[in-house]
Each structure stands twice: as structure tokens, then as C-alpha cells.
Design a protein around this ligand. Structure first.
Ligand SMILES: *Cc1c(COP(=O)(O)O)cnc(C)c1O
Length: 374
């Protein structure tokens, strides 16, 4: 059996460091918003190239807190429209709704599966105030085009970077600085999830907001902790969505490995792209650069249920990202009547095959052979 993602194998590499760090955490007697969270916020901001990082309890909260903070700051108002790709994980859309804003779903590009700039333009109206881009499957969205649209219309750009930790802007957008920008630093604010399966994953729930906007950073920081920066003094209406100190400790250890792990994923993806040769399977678009961190490796196949049965017979685990598009979920009944043919086509045909930084060469070989024999 080839595992889809061996989380224990991924984390076992850090076992000694985890145990040492846990011991000092236990001994510190300081279990909430301590030195580990502080260090992670500094180091992850530096990693992304942003001025600020604020740890949160999870990725959905990170997204929601960005929107709620913009409302608090008067940059967004209740019921403002936010453009969001129709094919995304439901969290992107929930964050907009939970903040009191209105999601406007837009079809993706069938090649990259990311938000289409042309489609976005068609949905703009005077109520549109922000664009939430999702770097789906680990591949950066077309930020150049999206930022150009946003600039001309005065819209906020927020990144859902939950699948794209460490993805670097393509070299064709190199500016004078010669410093490439990373996911988290390509819009006005970004949200990350460190759910265990993500490219940078904790051993539980965790998330973060990154931004260069000082007012936003300060508001998110207040809001995630009961609207308070000083104990028992509450300045605004907040929530409890702090990044857990122990998860921050684990993330501090794992952050050092992130670039190497992303390189392993890209190397593996290149093997798949070169060696899988089967006309029945559509392989993902890849520029060959570091703008893709292959959070998942998604292929498409017309007869998906037949292919699923085949993979099961070969002992190759797989997942579907995602089986039901958000607009067809019962929870989003107000969107159920809408039609998004490209999104629906993607949801009907996608299959994610094993992808991880710790897969053995013979396992990769087995997957390739199985796919070529289909
Ligand atoms: C994982 C994920 C989230 C939510 O993260 P949680 O930490 O599970 O709340 C949001 N958006 C996308 C695209 C994700 O993949």
C-alpha cells in the first residue's frame, strides 16, 4: 500500500527536537502567547518577507480575522462583495460569509485551476471591494493580473495561502530589487493554515496572518485575543483565536525544513510530469519554477470511478480535492442555483495522487508504473 501522505513519517524526522522543545515548554510554565509564538511570528514574517505575522488558532480564523479587521478599520463594510474562486476549499468562502461580507464566485482557469483574471473583470461592480485569491494546490495564482485589476479599481487583495507556504513569484515578474516575493507577501494581507497535512504543518490546529499593513496587523493581533493587548483591558470586540504555544514550538522547528521539503515535492512532481505517459490522464500545468510547492499533485481523468477502482486494486492511496464544489454544498444553499461549468468539470474529474517530501524512490516508481499501466 502506497500512502497518500505519511504524516507520521514526515514528523518522525523531528522527534528528538520536538521532545527537547516540549520539555522546555513544560518547564517554562508559560503556556499561552509565550516566547515560541513570538519567535514564530518573527521568523515566519521574515520567511515570507512581510513586516508582520500574527499567529491564529487555524487558517479559517486567519482569513476571517483579516476581513473582520478590515471592517473594523473602515476599509470594508458589511455586505461588500468579495470575489473568490468557485473552486476552492469551502473555508475561503466561509470566511467571507462569517465576516458579514458577500462572496461572489468566479470561475477558474482550466489550465491552472486558479482564479481567472478575465472572469474576475466580468464580475466587478461598484459593490466589489476585495478579491480573495487562493493559491490552489500550491500554485501561485496570477497575482500580476489580479493586482493590476485591484489597483485600477481600488480593491483589497487577500491571499488564501493555506496551500502555498514558500511558493515564490515567477522570475518573469522580477523587479529591480532582484528579491522574489513569496506567498503571503503578494497582496494586502494573507492567511496561512498549519493544519497537519499542509506543507508547513503543526501537530494540531494552527494558522497565521501575514501583512505589511501596520493597522491591519495591530487590529488582527487585538482581535485574536479578546480585543485586548493588556490583560483585562478590552479595546475592541474580539475572539479567542490565539496560536497555541506548543504548536508554535513545533512550527519553529519545522520552518527550517520547509524550503528543502518544497524542493523534494518539486523534484517528485517533475518525475511524475516526465514519466507519467498516459493519454487518459491530464497532468497539472507547471511552469518549472518555484511558484508551485505541490501541496497536492492533481491529475484529471474522465472515467474517475473506474480509475478509483483501478488505484485501489493497485494499492495506491488517493484523495479528491474536492468531491463537491462549495456552491453545491447544502450549507451554501443560497448559491445552489448558480452554475459554474468549469468548476463542476474540475470537481468531477480530479484525483490527487501521493505527494510528499518523504516518499521513497521505489514508492514513486510504483505509482508511475501503476498510472502508465492504466
Ligand atoms: C486548509 C485550508 C484552509 C483552512 O485551514 P484550517 O486551518 O483548516 O482552518 C483554508 N483555505 C484553504 C485553501 C485550505 O486548504
Amino acid at each position: 500500500m502506497i500512502k497518500f501522505l505519511d504524516l507520521h513519517k514526515i514528523n518522525a524526522r523531528f522527534e528528538t527536537d520536538f521532545q527537547e522543545r516540549f520539555k522546555s515548554f513544560l518547564n517554562s510554565g508559560h503556556y499561552i502567547l509565550g516566547s515560541e509564538v513570538e519567535r514564530f511570528e518573527m521568523d515566519f514574517a521574515a520567511y515570507c518577507g512581510t513586516k508582520y505575522c500574527i499567529g491564529t488558532a487555524n487558517g479559517l480564523d486567519a482569513l476571517t480575522l483579516i476581513f473582520k479587521s478590515y471592517i473594523h478599520l473602515g476599509k470594508l463594510e458589511i455586505n461588500d462583495e468579495v470575489i473568490v474562486p468557485a473552486n476552492t476549499y469551502i473555508a475561503s468562502i466561509l470566511s467571507i460569509i462569517n465576516a458579514g461580507l458577500k462572496p461572489v464566485l468566479v470561475e477558474p482557469d482550466l489550465e491552472t485551476y486558479n482564479l481567472s483574471a478575465e472572469e474576475t473583470i466580468k464580475h466587478l461592480n461598484p459593490n466589489t471591494k476585495a478579491i480573495l485569491v487562493v493559491h490552489l494546490y500550491g500554485q501561485l495564482a496570477d497575482m500580476h493580473a489580479i493586482n493590476t485589476i485591484a489597483k485600477s479599481k481600488g480593491l483589497l487583495v487577500i491571499e488564501d495561502a493555506a496551500q502555498a507556504h514558500g511558493a515564490v513569484e515567477s522570475s518573469k515578474f522580477e523587479v529591480q530589487s532582484s528579491r522574489f516575493k513569496k506567498a503571503g507577501n503578494l497582496g494586502d494581507a494573507a492567511a496561512f493554515s498549519f493544519y497537519p497535512t499542509k506543507n508547513l504543518g503543526a501537530l494540531g490546529d494552527a494558522g497565521a496572518v501575514t501583512t505589511n499593513d501596520r493597522d491591519l496587523a495591530e487590529t488582527v493581533k487585538l482581535m485574536r485575543n479578546y480585543g485586548s493587548s493588556k490583560k483585562y483591558v478590552n479595546e475592541i470586540i474580539g475572539v479567542n483565536s490565539r496560536l497555541d504555544e506548543l504548536q508554535a514550538a513545533f512550527l519553529n522547528i519545522k520552518l527550517k525544513q520547509l524550503d528543502k521539503d518544497n524542493d523534494m515535492r518539486r523534484t517528485m512532481a517533475k518525475r511524475y510530469l516526465h514519466e507519467i505517459k498516459n493519454k487518459k490522464l491530464t497532468l497539472p500545468f507547471y511552469s518549472g519554477e518555484d511558484d508551485h510547492v505541490f501541496h497536492v499533485f492533481v491529475i484529471r481523468v474522465i472515467d474517475r470511478s473506474g480509475f478509483e477502482t483501478y488505484l485501489q486494486s493497485k494499492g495506491v492511496e488517493y484523495l479528491i480535492h474536492y468531491p463537491v464544489p462549495p456552491h453545491q454544498q447544502k450549507a451554501l444553499s443560497m448559491l445552489n442555483e448558480n452554475k459554474y461549468p468549469i468548476t463542476e468539470e474540475i470537481h468531477k474529474t480530479v484525483v490527487s495522487i501521493p505527494m510528499s517530501p518523504v516518499m521513497a524512490a521505489d514508492e514513486i516508481f510504483t505509482v508511475i508504473n501503476a498510472l502508465n499501466a492504466y
